[in-house]
Design a protein around this ligand. Sequence first.
Ligand code: ADP
Ligand code: ZN
Ligand code: ZN
Length: 802
Amino acid sequence: MSVAKVIVDVPAKQINQTFDYSIPSKLEHVITPGMRVTVPFGPRKVMGFVLQIVPESSFAKLKSITDVLDLTPVLTDELLKLGQWLAEETISLYITAYQVMLPQALKSQYKKELVRLTDGELTPDLESLFAGRDVVTYEEFTQSMIPYHQLLKAIHRGDIQVDYLVKSRITKKTETMIKPAIANHLLEEAYLDMPKQAKKQRELLTYFIQNPEAIKKKQLMSKVNTSASTVKTLLQKGLLTSNKLEVYRNPYNDNAIQRTASLPLTIQQEQAIIPIKQAIAEKIHDVFLLHGVTGSGKTEIYLQAIEDVIKEGKEAIVLVPEISLTPQMVHRFKGRFGSDVAVMHSALSSGEKYDEWRKIYRKEVKVVVGARSAIFAPFENLGIIIIDEEHETSYKQEDQPRYHARDVAIERGKNHQCPVILGSATPTLESYARANKDVYKLATLSKRTNEKDMPEVEIVDMRNELHQGNRTMFSRKLKEKIEACLQKKEQVVLMLNRRGYSTFVMCRDCGHVKECPHCDIALTYHKNSNRLKCHYCSYEEPMPTVCPECSSDLIRYFGTGTQRVEEALTQLIPEASIIRMDVDTTRRKGAHEKLLNKFGRGEADILLGTQMIAKGLDFENVTLVGVLTADSMLHLPDFRSSEKTFQLLTQVSGRAGRHELPGEVIVQTYTPDHYSIELASTYNFTDFYLKEMAMRKTFHYPPYVFLALITVSHPNQVKVVQTTQKIVQSLLASVKEDTIILGPTPSPMARIKDRYRYQCMVKYKNEPNLRNIIRNIVNQFDDDIQKDDLLIAVDMQPYQMM
Ligand code: ADP
Ligand code: ZN
Ligand code: ZN
């Protein structure tokens, strides 16, 4: 009898280890590492991941595994190993690390069914189980006493497939297929017999005489321009027949995507790709930093490198920031690799995500293009991992396990001995510094492929506007340029750098600002509902008519939300048609895409939006980009605020003049001489890098040190301060002399949902044991965490300082 080492789904520190379970004889040789099982745990049955099978246990009495949830492992050996690394690296529980690698659909429920794929003979047992049906529930199998091995063999041969039933609204999608019910010559006879007036029916028959294959009903109706009732009539007459086919929910219409071929590379591209191709051919793990301005042909390099990888019989992961995962982007990959591409996008439904994951799992695709979590794609033969826009903060997961996809990519690159490519026009200081030290290999693309210069950037000092009596949020220059643009029938992109700003409500008499009663933050005014809402908790209240402090009726909303900018813009240039894109207008699934398509078709003159419009857009007719408030991010309590400002300005500038028409950029700011704004306006990454590195060195920030952020929260402020104080003291007692511990300090968001928040920051150069130290310190508070609602969050590589 052998023993399985299982990580159980009980998220608690004391349980963060494997437990031994005996394998019952019916499951002997069925269970393999990477499968999920159900096991008894205390009075309950819980899910668990099998990590290892061993001949015997050091414990005398073992409970036994109840059942398997999977018949083939959902985690590969490599992912099992990666999970361990991930948990240790991010100081998380093992169970959390494994769960994050699987699609949601697999986490929520465990019902499954067996689907017959073969028309050939199964074993007599299995034949009697299916009894002529194509699908049976998994329960029927477990009740049948058929040995697991028989089923497993059939699964491995591809005769039977296991499907996880995604519950409720996430049901599998089927498509009605129509085909002729009778032989072609009989169809022709039926056609001749049909009265001439039955024009529609005759057309439909003609179609099938010429195309006897099965076709999707929807497709048929648009192709032949017929109606559902005509189809129904022929079905009833027994001339056609229909059946339902399970289809993957394919959010992208592959057939409509034009195939593309490799472009002959420019000299710069050629130089950049040679070492990458070499690493692929020689199976060497190396990290390449591809620093290329927007439009310099980075994506073409990715595509051609992947082509090599596929030729080697291997697979590729491409990470793209959520917001850039536009249909345009997907089309570029599907255009080159067709149905070999799976897409993992968080806007997909849970069922769609599961479908895409299954394609990878079943080795039906070679390439996955996706947002952060696609880094866990269960490929077994990775040949390359690409992270586009590597500077994007969305690659960092902000809850447990708090991982950065770049670190996971590099770890997987080592596991598979394959190259990792980081691409960006504005790399992070961390990555660029590593490239400078030859830890990463640097390749630079300094020219756009179309040899066009980056658009001219003009900085407008908004303080002067104010002095000249212009109190609007549009400088005279910007207004002029917008008008000129509209006259030429060209389009404008306006970005409101909104982070840090919002439409808050203030009393003009006494200065009182309406705040959330549960969080330390001003409430945001929502015009549509005329209500005030908190962005951190769900609190809301009606817009007050008088000030609660002084009863003045001069209480108004302030700030520059996109809605207000839209109103002001309409007043300023009444003839302009505007599309507004922000969290409010893009909340519904697909809304983002719809708005962009509308703008792309030229149905509006101006696209006005928040940060989300800075990325990935590529419209021929956009010749003017305006940034309304370039500095609103500069003053946030975040040491990366200059870097983020530089990145954003560079990126949004790249939206103008990408094609034949030359582009122009106007940047409005109150701090025109800040280096991040000045240097972004001349696209001077190198000087920005040097200047910012000097700042980081002076103030001890990455890449000169590593950071760890510990945030403590609890409803009682005294308790929070005391706990943080104790953590600081314990840390000071354990770390090296040159390690800096800051705190306890209130978090920039000092209260959220009635919980006070304090933090301490560790700045260190070399603390190989720090993770253990922190783990042990946090464990000392376990009682309070379990029983007293104390929360201690550890972030080993913080990006969000709030
Ligand atoms: P990036 O990813 O760096 O922004 P892209 O790969 O999107 O750049 O390239 C910008 C444009 O240049 C695209 O329209 C692309 O098709 C085109 N392009 C890329 N490489 C070449 C090439 N070698 N020859 C001609 N056009 C190219
Ligand atoms: Zn007041
Ligand atoms: Zn709140």
